[in-house]
Write a protein of this length. Sequence first.
Length: 92
Amino acid sequence: MSELSTNAILHTASGRQSGSFSLAIEVSPQMVTLSVTDGGGAGTAPKAEHQEEEAEHGRGLDVVSAIAHRVVVNDSDHGHTVTAAFFTEAGR
């Protein structure tokens, strides 16, 4: 959740003085789903960038994608929603 929230603050209008973003958490016995909806204004939808090993930034969504069962990015006129789903032990 912290990585997705940080991306919203750093890369969208959510990080501006009057910006905001929303968080949603859904929990079931099989899965935990985390969603962050940003304030838009970035111009492009979030995507994994596969940075060079020496790069100091730009791998957050890669890390989330590596540990999540599924990552979905939904783009709208009002912002982007990044949703990451993680299986629980019961869901494996």
